[in-house]
Design a protein around this ligand. Structure first.
Ligand code: BF8
Ligand code: SF4
Length: 624
């Protein structure tokens, strides 16, 4: 198919071969129209528009091509890279803030939700120094929520969860002065330092970029994951489906797209409301079928087993089916093209957050204090559209099962067994060589590489006995290609990994959650360190991460917090190639500071082999 490639899976190809879908213009078409998918100059990272003496295109090594202010390629590339990290961190931060506010409202009894995971509530309370003895769960949650909210505006000291990191890691951060003080403060300082005429030394700029990214990983994202788990339940293994074909002909199809699960969870509750079901039946539908898109999809997939209709790259195709009554969106990764895709169709795009509106969409504000009624109003709107559905096509018989729900607690339990949940067996299997190491495949998808990148990397890793942990749209991509099934261990894994997976019945690639849930990986790595036998900090572990098809600024923030936490990270490309010394620093110099650095490799197989080489290097250093 010339409009698509195999990364979107069989169902998408099936859909795109239908006349109905051929009329829809997608991102693939826009790439063809533009003749290229990216600006070649911007790709090198040396285009500066930070002041009105420019914009300046800087060419490294050409004296006449420094900025009007004298800024060099290294300074400009570092500033741009740091601003990407600040934007990514800001996005996770704003998401996290909304979750904390929702958590507080829940503790006060003002939402339809409740405090579900009391065990985790107590664990978090301990980290925040909150008394739990003899106290009601809502009272503890309220104090936790308020303390968590204060972390955003904190001005001095250290974020509370920094002390969850391995002790040696914390020492490194303190020594170089990158322990985050307050979440918002680090983002603001990053934006200030990259303003015209402030920080002009790339190493110094990257120190603040590291602090900003750590405020994301060990601050905003971790707060979001943990408080969301307490409120909606920590994920446990469950079977589900990741496929375009999860839309149902005889149901009102509502897809939930975006990131903050407060809205999606409320929709899940409201979809079972008697009044809603009666209204659905009245228009001739059997009920409301909710399906996820992007990371909201991951959130409700992990906790409720609600199916995922599509990932970032498929959002237009989900609508091209003509079978969706409403796509409900909140924030992040929502393409503006969606409103155009549904033109002439019965589908409504419903924006729900005052921070994210879109021309030609309908706006129904989701009120967190009126969450249930807001959700019902949105569903009623979708139900009204059902009778207007005309031509549609839902791909059939291609549904692939997945097993999801691998929170770090689940990994602990799965490998450690019922009686002694611990990371000991994982460490032992790494030490005895059955498992070579851990490879994280995270992040987005984009259209630059017409290749089955995630699948190829994962298979290469699994074949070589590397256990894969996946999040975000990358995890969905692996699901579509069958790697999130326990059977995939038998089909693809090397002997050692296969033996371990078959013994506990788990897939060789574990879905760990949404993009904010990369914080679960930080904790999993920390637990591996704390369990002993694999070194004293994350930089000694046989582990490596990649976000091959990264699209969003959030992915770079994630990459940087992993690097700053000691984990080697390889992307396919980074916007730094126009600045030689800065590139050398990112890909080498950083290692002297954090014990890890970035790397790039476009070819998926070579990228996987680089990950394996990095893992082998750690094994050798550990003497295992
Ligand atoms: O936070 S993986 S395309 S949906 S940014 Fe966006 Fe990337 Fe998907 Fe989720 Ni993450
Ligand atoms: Fe040009 Fe310097 Fe202004 Fe950037 S800050 S646009 S390099 S003059």
């Amino acid at each position: 198919c010339d409009k698509c490639n195999d990364i979107t899976g069989a169902s998408t190809l099936d859909l795109l071969n239908q006349d109905l879908a051929k009329q829809v213009r997608t991102a693939y078409d826009r790439i063809e129209d533009r003749g290229m998918s990216a600006c070649l100059f911007g790709s090198g990272g040396t285009c500066c528009r930070n002041c009105n003496m420019g914009p300046c295109q800087i060419i490294d090594g050409v004296e006449s091509m420094v900025g009007i202010c004298g800024a060099t390629a290294d300074t400009v590339a570092a500033r741009n890279f740091a601003r990407i990290i600040a934007a990514g961190t800001a996005s996770h931060t704003d998401h996290a803030r909304e979750m904390v506010r929702g958590f507080i409202a829940t503790a006060k009894g003002e939402t339809p939700h409740e405090i579900k995971d009391v065990d985790k509530l107590h664990k978090m309370a301990k980290i925040f120094g909150i008394e739990t003895e003899g106290r009601d769960k809502n009272e503890i949650a309220l104090e936790l929520g308020e303390k968590a909210l204060a972390e955003f505006g904190q001005q001095e000291g250290e974020l509370a969860m920094v002390k969850r990191a391995p002790a040696k890691q914390q020492e490194i951060w303190r020594k170089v002065g990158v322990v985050p003080r307050g979440i918002d403060r680090e983002i603001t300082e990053m934006m200030h330092r990259t303003h015209m005429g402030v920080d002009q030394e790339y190493q110094n700029i990257m120190l603040q970029a590291a602090r900003c990214a750590l405020a994301d990983g060990w601050g905003a994202s971790m707060l979001s994951t943990e408080l969301t788990d307490i409120m909606f339940g920590t994920p446990t293994p469950k079977r589900a489906i990741v496929d375009l074909g999860v839309l149902k002909e005889d149901h009102v199809n509502v897809t939930v797209h975006g990131h903050e699960p407060l809205l999606a969870e409320s929709l899940c509750l409201a979809a079972e409301d008697e009044e809603i079901l009666a209204l659905a039946r009245k228009v001739g539908a059997k009920g409301v079928n909710l399906a996820g898109v992007c990371c909201t999809g991951n959130e409700i997939l992990m906790r409720r087993g609600i199916p995922v209709a599509g990932s970032f790259i498929q959002q237009e195709m989900v609508l091209a089916t003509g079978a969706v009554e409403a796509m409900v969106v909140d924030v992040q990764c929502v393409m503006q093209s969606l409103a155009q895709v549904v033109k002439g169709k019965h589908t409504d795009i419903i924006t729900t957050n005052y921070r994210a509106k879109m021309p030609d969409a309908i706006h129904i504000q989701f009120e967190e204090h009126e969450a249930y009624n807001s959700a019902k109003e949105i569903l009623k709107h979708a139900i009204n559209n059902f009778k207007k559905r005309r031509e549609f096509y839902i791909p059939k018989d291609k549904k692939l099962d997945v097993v999801v729900g691998f929170s770090h607690e689940t990994i602990n339990y799965m490998l450690g067994g019922r009686f002694r949940a611990s990371y000991r067996p994982l460490n032992d299997n790494i030490i005895n060589g059955r498992i070579r190491g851990v490879g994280a495949i995270v992040g987005c998808e984009h259209y630059k590489y017409a290749d089955d990148v995630h699948f190829k990397i994962a298979v290469e890793l699994i074949k070589n006995n590397v256990l894969v942990l996946a999040t975000g749209c990358a995890a969905q991509a692996l699901g579509r290609r069958g790697l999130l099934r326990p059977e995939a261990a038998t089909e693809y894994a090397g002997d050692g990994l296969r033996e371990v997976c078959e013994a506990v019945g788990m897939p060789p690639a574990l879905h760990v959650g949404s993009c904010v849930d990369n914080s679960r990986l930080l904790i999993a790595l920390t637990e591996m360190v704390n369990e002993g036998g694999l070194g004293e900090d994350i930089s000694e572990l046989p582990a490596c991460g990649t976000a091959p098809l990264y699209m969003s600024e959030k992915a770079v923030a994630i990459g940087q917090y992993f690097v700053s936490s000691g984990a080697h990270v390889i992307f396919q490309n980074l916007p730094i190639t126009g600045a030689k010394k800065f590139t050398e620093f990112i890909k080498g110099g950083m290692k002297e500071v954090y014990g890890a650095c970035w790397d790039t490799e476009e070819d998926p197989i070579k990228l996987a082999q680089k990950m394996i080489k990095a893992i082998d290097g750690k094994r050798e250093a550990l003497g295992i």
